[in-house]
Structures are given as C-alpha cells and as structure tokens.
Design a protein around this ligand. Structure first.
Ligand SMILES: Cc1ncc(COP(=O)(O)OP(=O)(O)O)c(N)n1
Ligand SMILES: Cc1nc(C(=O)O)sc1CCOP(=O)(O)O
Ligand SMILES: [Mg+2]
Length: 546
C-alpha cells in the first residue's frame, strides 16, 4: 500500500496484472477486462460538464466509465441555478457498489462538495485497489458559480492532493489552493505548479509499463492556463517534480468551452487506464480537447454565454466527420521515430514490435520508412502499426507512399524533394491528414508551406549511414532553415544520445524535436534506447526553457 492509502499495483506490471485479471475473469465469465475509469463528480443537467462530460470523454477515448454522483446541479448554458448535495453515506454506498464489483483502473474526481465526501472517497481508496487517482480540483464553475466552498480547501491540500497521481487545477483553482496568490504569467504558473507539487501529489504511479523512471513518478501537476489574460496560445504547465513542460495549443475562438476541464481530466484518466505514461496521457488529452473544441466551435446549444461542445465529433451539421482525425500538434515532433525494416530484421523483431517498443519508450510520432517492402506487405504492416499507434494516441505517418497512407488510413505522409509534391499529396489526402516535407534550404521550406505541409524535416544535421548520398547541412544549415520556416521543424540525420541535447539546447525557432532512425532501431533494445533519448530530450528542453 502506498503512503496514505491508495493501493497501487507495484509488485508486478500492469500487463501482467491484466493477464491475471483477465484470465481470472475469463474463467468466471468468459470475457476480457477493458480499461475502466470511475468518475466521482457532480451531475450537470445541461450535460456539458460533470459526470455527463466524463462519460462522453471516456466513451470517445474508448474506455469504460462508471460513475459516483456527489451532487446534482440544475445547470444550463446560463449558469448554475441550484445544487443538491447527495448525502455522504449515499456517496459511500455508490463507491462501494462500484468498487466492490468492478475492477476500476483509474479514479477521476470532479466536484467534491464537502469535506465529508472527500473523506468518504479517501476511505474507499484505502479499501479498494486502483492504479491511479486523477484530481480535477473543481471549485468554481466556468459561469462563476461556487461548487465547493473555501472550507474544503484545507482538506484538498492536506488529504486529497497527497493521494493524487496528477492534479489539474485551472488558474483560479491553483490560486485558491495556494492561499490566493496572483497568477498572471506563465512564470507564475510554473511557480504555482512547483508549490502545488510540494503539497502533493507525490504518490508513485505504476505506469503499467514497468518504466520505473523518475519522470513518471513522484506525482504530477498540470496548471491549465486557458484563462491566462493576453495569451495568444492556450499554455498549460506540466510539472512532474523534476521537469517543466510548456504544453501549447492554439486558442480556439468559440463560446462552446463549458466542460473542458472535466473532459481534459477524464481523458487523462482514460489514457492512463489504457496504460499510457503520464506525459503521453496529458498530451493526448490536450489534443483531444483542442480537436473537439475546433470541431464544435460553431454548434449552438442553449442561449447562455457558454455552450457545451461535442465530445464525439458527430453533431456538426452536414459533415461526415465522425472519423475525422485529431488535428496535427507540432509538439508531436518531439521524439520522432522513423523505422527501418533492415535494422529491425537484423535484430530479429517485427516492425509492429519495434513500433510498440518505441512508443512505450516515449516516441511521440512514428514514420514507417519501408524502402524495399512489397506494396501488399507494406499495407499490412501499416495497418498493424496503425492499430498500435492509435491505441496510444501517437500519429503514424508513411514515408513516400501516399497510396499506402490512403489505403491504410494512416495519419499522413512524409515526402522528400524527389517524391510527390506536398500540394499534390494535400489534394489526394485532404485537409485532415498530416504532411511532412524534407527541406535543406529556405526556398524548399517556403515551398513546403505554400504546398500545404504541416511540418518540415530538416537535415542531415550530422552525417548518417542510414540514407545514402545525403548531404549534411550541419547545425548552421539547420539554424538557417529553422529561422526562415513558417512551419514547425524536426531535425534529422545522425542524431543520437550523444548529440540530441546539443541540437535541442540551441533553442532554434520552430524546432520541435528530433527524428531518429538508427539510434532507436539499429539497437538491440528499442525500448531502452527510446527511453534514454526521451529522458535526454526532456532534460535538454527544460534547460532550453530556463
Ligand atoms: C522526418 C523526416 N525528415 C526527413 C526525411 C527524409 O525524407 P526524404 O528526403 O524523402 O528521404 P527518404 O526518407 O524518403 O529516403 C524523412 N524520411 N523523415
Ligand atoms: C531518412 C533521413 N532523411 C535525412 C535527411 O537529411 O533528410 S537523414 C535520414 C536518415 C536518418 O537516419 P539516422 O537517424 O539513422 O541518421
Ligand atoms: Mg522520400
């Protein structure tokens, strides 16, 4: 048992546990376990936030969601008209009903209206085993109505936060938890994240992947900067006790933002329940919310000033967008794994295993670069790898072959100067897919932008044996391209653990990460190499920010 009471499965890995659980259940019911989030929150009659948002977010992310209702609110797009707290012993009864019967992976909390309800929850968590606790410290609704009074602050601080694996306050909540300090800048948010981390959360999170890295332990804080004044981007600060990450997304102009906090926290919980590492879960959740807001920006529900959005991306009239992919997020370029079938064959592993290991190690985007594969085999490999990538919210691109990208429904392509022009690829693939273009010069970068690319790959930064006859542009060439580019850039060519830090620490404009082939795949242990590089990039990025 972890200190304070949340029981974590740290004796063996999540997958081992899943297999045992699953075989136990199969014995009993002939079924298999699925990822499960329990939402402990208030009901929103308008269904934009609260329990209703949590159910929709989990459904959208493919995770089962059970519910414990702490409070019933009469609420709409105008505001909160009335609140009826569910008696504490009845909250306890709901908790017992769910937790005694179902294997819950992650508990996510929203509105906890009284000290008694928090205590009831904490008591349940000492009695029943869950893998992680996600705390959205809901205090004030977006319409300004108080949902948990100041009397609860000390219980949050002293009892709930120390049990959380991640806490996700917005600026007002972070300020309230910290005794009313002013939060007006990104620097203030970083300070708040550090102070909140010092209060807790500090429970070790079993990622299920046996990663055992500091980066994923010690608890985590996400201070959401959506309400930060005068900011063009939506900036959130993620702090894991060692490193800060500025997670940026474009600010979407819409009235339909009611329930974004609940949804983000539920989505983090859902991704954790699937087994994602914490930072991946946060990134996926942010991208999901951004996509849903973008998608729903014009829908009209209710007459108040703040409307709900469409979690399932289905309501927009006249569109067939149910299958719409998430928008490209430049931060996905952070650790870009590019496969090589020759290398994986040499080390005796399949492409799917190699891709799964890279993702587990922290790869944030994957490109299948299969120079010698038969089309039919390439397509099958692409489909299998896509299933792995989708289950982890990691985009999969196809090198060169727009036809394979289309046929496999991959997330996009990467093309070079002698491949199909970006503008043609864009016409074939449509607006939703990701297109990357290799550029060694300012002119090529300009052309990629005009052609409708989403990012450029620039190199070879160092000499490489992976691509024959590839001119090296060096760090100077990279700097020239980055400085002129209107698109995000990923550096490529001869990048490995000994030089990746140097590339990132230069802090070049538009440079979002590194793309790597041999340093991940021409190695015996892809997982270990990817983890090592990921940790190193994190370190370099945080020293770049500071
Ligand atoms: C991220 C990234 N950047 C550059 C390349 C190289 O693409 P290209 O120039 O088309 O060369 P090949 O990879 O096709 O040999 C890339 N693949 N990925
Ligand atoms: C595929 C590719 N494109 C490059 C470019 O400069 O555009 S360099 C390169 C090979 C990168 O492999 P490694 O990480 O093993 O050096
Ligand atoms: Mg190419």
């Amino acid at each position: 048992m972890a200190s304070g009471g949340v029981i974590l499965s740290n004796s063996f890995s999540f997958y081992q546990k899943r297999i045992v659980m699953s075989s136990r259940m199969q014995e009993k019911n002939g079924g298999a376990s699925i990822p499960h989030v329990l939402s402990v929150a208030g009901s929103d009659s308008g269904a934009g936030a609260g329990i209703q948002a949590d159910l929709k977010a989990c459904a959208a992310r493919g995770v089962y969601c059970s519910t414990v209702i702490t409070s019933v609110t009469a609420q709409n797009t105008v505001g909160v008209q009335a609140v009826h707290a569910v008696p504490e012993d009845f909250v306890a009864q709901q908790l017992k009903s769910v937790l005694s019967d179902m294997q819950v992976d992650v508990v996510k909390t929203g509105m906890l209206p009284s000290v008694g309800v928090v205590k009831v929850l904490l008591q349940s968590l000492t009695e029943f085993s869950v893998r992680a606790l996600v705390v959205d410290p809901v205090m004030v609704s977006t319409s300004g109505d108080v949902l948990a009074g100041p009397s609860i602050l000390s219980t949050f601080r002293e009892e709930l936060l120390p049990m959380a694996n991640i806490v996700t306050p917005n600026i007002k909540e972070a300020s309230a938890l910290l005794g009313g300090i002013r939060l007006e800048t990104v620097a203030d948010m970083r300070n708040a994240a550090e102070l909140l981390h010092a209060l807790g959360p500090r429970v070790v999170y079993d990622t299920g992947f046996s990663l055992g890295e500091n980066l994923l332990q010690n608890g985590n804080v996400l201070v959401k900067g959506g309400d930060l004044p005068d900011s063009l981007d939506a900036v959130d600060i993620f702090f894991n006790g060692e490193h800060f990450y500025e997670l940026r997304s474009s600010r979407i102009k819409t009235r339909n933002t009611h329930g974004t906090g609940c949804t983000l926290a539920s989505c983090i919980a859902a991704e954790l329940a699937k087994g994602s590492p914490m930072l991946t879960a946060v990134r996926v959740a942010k991208r999901y919310v951004e996509t849903a807001l973008e998608y729903s920006k014009d829908i009209l529900i209710g007459n108040g000033i703040q409307g709900p959005f469409d979690h399932l991306l289905r309501l927009k009239s006249g569109s067939q967008s149910f299958h719409r992919k998430d928008a490209f997020n430049p931060s996905d370029l952070f650790l870009y794994a590019v496969t090589d079938s020759g290398m994986n064959k040499k080390w005796g592993r399949s492409m799917v295993d190699a891709v799964a290991a890279a993702i587990q190690g922290g790869a944030t985007i994957v490109q299948l670069r299969e120079k010698d594969a038969e089309t039919r085999d390439f397509l099958e490999t692409a489909k299998s790898c896509l299933a792995v990538c989708r289950s982890h919210g990691v985009p999969l691109l196809i090198n060169d072959r727009v036809d394979v990208a289309l046929a496999s429904d991959a997330d996009g392509v990467h093309v070079g100067q002698s491949d199909m022009p970006a503008s043609v690829a864009r016409t074939l693939l449509g607006p939703e897919k990701i297109i990357g273009v290799s550029c060694k010069t300012i002119e090529q970068a300009q052309q990629a932008w005009i052609g409708g690319a989403d990012y450029i790959g620039s190199g070879g930064v160092y000499s490489t044996n992976t691509k024959a006859n590839n001119p090296t542009i060096g760090l100077d060439g990279l700097k020239t391209v980055c400085s002129a580019s209107k698109l995000p850039v990923v550096a490529i060519g001869g990048i490995n653990a000994s030089n990746a830090g140097t590339v990132i620490e230069m802090g070049l404009p538009n440079l979002k990460g590194v793309a790597v082939v041999s340093a991940l795949f021409d190695r015996e242990n892809v997982l270990a190499e990817t983890k090592k590089l990921h940790a190193l990039l994190m370190e370099a990025s945080s020293s770049k920010i500071q």
